[in-house]
Structures are given as structure tokens and as C-alpha cells.
Design a protein around this ligand. Structure first.
Ligand SMILES: Nc1nc2c(ncn2[C@@H]2O[C@H](COP(=O)(O)OP(=O)(O)OP(=O)(O)O)[C@@H](O)[C@H]2O)c(=O)[nH]1
Ligand SMILES: [Mg+2]
Length: 415
């Protein structure tokens, strides 16, 4: 049987009803992703969070009665301090998870690759460390005595020891990640050499349909799921059918409101893919009532990771489920409105991507002497051959390709 959860939140004065509701709905979706059954929602308007226990005393009692009657845990729609969490748990007599912890838990469960797992663990340790300190503080002085046995460094408390362990572990993971990062960079550089520079990254809010579009565009088998953060690793595939230039598409981790800061930092390297792309396709779920906010959050995170200046193509997806197409077009000039479920729509997106990369192509005439005919393979694979004629000392080949690819061919022929 799945755990029963109550979703609970304080509505602060500056937060409108629609925004508040959307955020609660999102937390319910997050809870569902973790396999919880959400049995109730409890909210309270307050000028600020209760400093000691997030909710005021009356609400805490109401919540406690609800928990006793029908729930196993409470999910709070804010990040709360370690002592607030601890006091709230004591008052309610059940486990309390805040929004950050819920998201971290999802990332933890969905992480597959070595890199993603290490990144999530760093973020989790960063989140847990102050909470461990809080628990140790509350455990009192006996925890200090415990550290005396076993001949550990004199006077070091259990909490200090734990803290050092956490720090060491984070440093160790970071070292691993740096090594993986370096390896990825080398791979990427090699890929660039071999396959050219036409890169497009699909980015957007979680559940917007990035992986669905990835599948449709590339014929790959990216994981698609009606879950939040189904994708944690970047995958790269060629746009299908292949053309010139060969375009590589990458699918990336989704964004969310209040993405825990530890995660923004750790997923930065994953999102390097987006930074290196020549084109960012920003996918938005047009059928979601909160899509404007989701769009804004994604733009913010893109800014934060330094992708502000990468050319953007805005794509409103899921239009088959809802959304006002005319309004979207009027308000976001140059956007595409489509459904990943309609083949014709996906063709339009593919064509828009191709058109973007075609604009950058240059034409050049290469002279290939007989002694360098072994370069023909490279010429044909890295650019489009428009015309070819043999004359005297070799062949003239007229090509169209990416500026970098053409330049590389010219350099190879010059030596
Ligand atoms: N009706 C409809 N559903 C869609 C469309 N595109 C995607 N979906 C559904 O939306 C859900 C999420 O799709 P994904 O492709 O996994 O979304 P994502 O952006 O990759 O999500 P994360 O990896 O979690 O960030 C799935 O259930 C899809 O089948 C669409 O155009 N129309
Ligand atoms: Mg995905």
C-alpha cells in the first residue's frame, strides 16, 4: 500500500490564489511521482511562516488530527529550516518532508548514470548536513561523550565528526565528477571534430514533453513518462532523417520552480549540453494553466547557467490538450505551436531546426589534387557536395557546409 500524504502550505501575502494553487498542484504531482497517495490538502494564510514550526499553533493541531485520522506523512510546499522541520514533526507525530526534500528524493530515485548519481548525492548531502547538525544539537551533550570512546581525536563531538565525514564525502564525489566532466569534454571535442557543430538542445520545465519530441525528432527511444523529472541524464541523438548539416539533438533534465540550489549547481554540468548548443529549443506545455510561470522559471534558470545568449526557439507543445493558439502566436512572435503527438507538427519543428542550421551554411570550391583523394570520404560526409569536375591535376569539388567544417577541409587540403 502506498503511503498517504497530506499536502500543506502557508499562503504568504504576496502570493496570489492562482499561483498558490498551481504550486500545490505541482507538489501533488511530485508526491504522485514518489508513489504517495495524496489524501488531503491543508493551507493557512499567514503574514509569515511561524518561526518555530512553520504553521501557527491552531493549524498544527488541526493538522495533527488529520494525520491521526488518515495520513502517514506531511509534505510542506516550501523549503523550511531544520529546526522548523523538527518542531513540526514533533507537533504532528509524523514525518515531514519539505518541497526541497521531495525533489531531492525524486532525483535520487531517478538518477541512473554515475554522474547523475554523484550529482544528486552531493546535493542531498548539502541538504542533510545542517539537518544532521540540528538533530545532534537536540540529542544533547551525551553525543559529545560518545565521541570519547574509540580513541578519536580528543574532544571532537559526534556532530563535528559527522560533519567532517560529509565534507570529505562531498569532496570525494566532486573529484569523481570533475574527472567525468573532463572525460565528457574530451568526448564532446572529439564528437565536434567528427560530426560538426550543429547542436540543438531541448530544454524546458519538467513534463513539458521534451523526451517525447526527442523521440519523434530522432527516432530514438528516450524515456517518456507522465512523471516529473523522468529524464536526469542528457542524451544525444542525430536528427532523423539525417541531412546536411547533420544535426545533433540533446534531451536535458527538466526545470521546476524552486529547484533546490544544490541541484542547480550539480546539474550545471549536465546542462553544459544546452550551453554548447547553437540553438536552444525551449519546450513549454501550452495545456498547463500555469505555463506562463513555467516559461519564466525556465528562462531564469537558463540565465542562471549562462545560456542567455544562445539563440532560442520557443515551442508550445501539447496544443491537442488545450491552449489558445492564436493568443500564443500573438504574444510570442516567432514561436511554434504544436503537438508532439501529430506527425505533421513534428515535421514542422524538424524543418524549423533544419532551416536554422541551413542559414549558417557557406559554400566553397575545394581543389583536391590526385594525391589527396583519400580526403574525399571526409568531404562527402562533412558537407553537401553540389558539383564535382575533374581537371588536370585533380578535382574541383563545390561544397556547402558549416563554416567550421568547410574551414577544416580547406586546412586539410592546404597542408
Ligand atoms: N496530449 C499530449 N501529451 C503529450 C504531448 N507531448 C508529451 N505528452 C505527454 O506528456 C508527458 C511527459 O512527457 P515527457 O516527454 O516525458 O516530458 P519531459 O519534458 O521529457 O519531462 P521530464 O523528463 O520529466 O523533464 C508524457 O505522458 C507524454 O506522453 C503532446 O503533445 N500532447
Ligand atoms: Mg524527459
Amino acid at each position: 500500500m502506498s503511503a498517504r500524504a497530506i499536502v500543506a502550505a502557508v499562503q504568504l501575502p504576496g502570493v496570489g490564489d492562482a499561483e498558490f494553487e498551481a504550486s500545490l498542484a505541482e507538489l501533488r504531482q511530485l508526491a504522485k511521482t514518489l508513489g504517495f497517495e495524496v489524501v488531503d490538502t491543508l493551507t493557512q494564510k499567514r503574514p509569515s511562516f511561524d518561526a518555530a514550526a512553520y504553521f501557527g499553533e491552531g493549524k498544527r493541531e488541526e493538522l495533527r488530527a488529520l494525520v491521526e485520522a488518515r495520513a502517514d506523512l506531511v509534505l510542506v510546499d516550501h523549503e523550511i529550516s531544520p529546526s522548523q522541520a523538527h518542531n513540526l514533526e514533533k507537533a504532528l507525530g509524523c514525518e515531514v518532508m519539505d518541497r526541497t526534500m521531495v525533489i531531492l528524493e525524486i532525483f535520487h530515485r531517478h538518477a541512473r548514470s554515475r554522474a547523475a548519481r554523484a550529482q544528486v548525492e552531493i546535493a542531498r548531502l548539502g541538504y542533510m548536513a545542517p539537518r544532521m547538525r540540528e538533530a545532534a544539537k537536540l540529542a544533547g551533550p551525551q553525543s559529545r561523550e560518545r565521541s570519547g570512546v574509540g580513541g578519536r581525536a580528543g574532544g571532537e563531538s559526534q556532530a563535528e565528526l559527522d560533519r567532517r565525514k560529509v565534507r570529505d564525502r562531498i569532496a570525494e564525489l566532486q573529484k569523481e565528477l570533475d574527472a567525468m566532466h573532463l572525460e565528457r569534454q574530451t568526448q564532446r571535442a572529439r564528437r565536434k571534430e567528427r560530426q560538426g557543430l550543429a547542436r540543438v538542445a531541448l530544454v524546458g520545465y519538467t513534463n513539458a514533453g521534451k523526451s517525447t519530441l526527442m523521440r519523434a525528432l530522432t527516432g530514438s527511444d528516450a524515456l517518456v513518462a507522465d512523471k516529473l523529472f523522468a529524464t536526469l541524464d542528457t542524451t544525444v541523438r542525430a536528427l532523423h532523417p539525417e541531412g546536411v548539416p547533420r544535426v545533433l539533438v540533446s534531451d536535458t533534465v527538466g526545470f521546476i520552480k524552486n529547484l533546490p540550489h544544490g541541484l542547480v549547481a550539480s546539474f550545471k554540468s549536465t546542462l553544459d549540453e544546452a550551453l554548447e548548443a547553437s540553438l536552444v529549443v525551449h519546450v513549454v506545455d501550452a495545456s498547463d494553466p500555469g505555463f506562463e510561470r513555467q516559461l519564466a522559471v525556465t528562462e531564469e534558470v537558463l540565465d542562471e547557467i549562462g545560456a542567455k545568449d544562445v539563440p532560442r526557439l520557443l515551442v508550445f507543445n501539447k496544443i491537442d490538450r488545450g491552449g489558445d493558439e492564436a493568443d500564443l502566436r500573438a504574444r510570442h512572435p516567432g514561436c511554434l505551436v504544436l503537438s508532439a503527438r501529430r506527425e505533421g507538427d513534428v515535421d514542422r519543428l524538424r524543418e524549423a531546426i533544419r532551416a536554422f542550421f541551413r542559414q549558417r551554411l557557406v559554400e566553397a570550391e575545394l581543389f583536391v589534387p590526385w594525391s589527396k583523394q583519400d580526403l574525399r570520404g571526409e568531404i562527402f560526409s562533412s558537407s553537401e557536395v553540389l558539383e564535382e569536375r575533374s581537371e588536370g591535376e585533380g578535382t574541383f569539388i563545390r561544397v556547402r557546409g558549416e563554416p567550421e567544417a568547410v574551414k577544416r577541409l580547406q586546412e586539410r587540403l592546404a597542408v
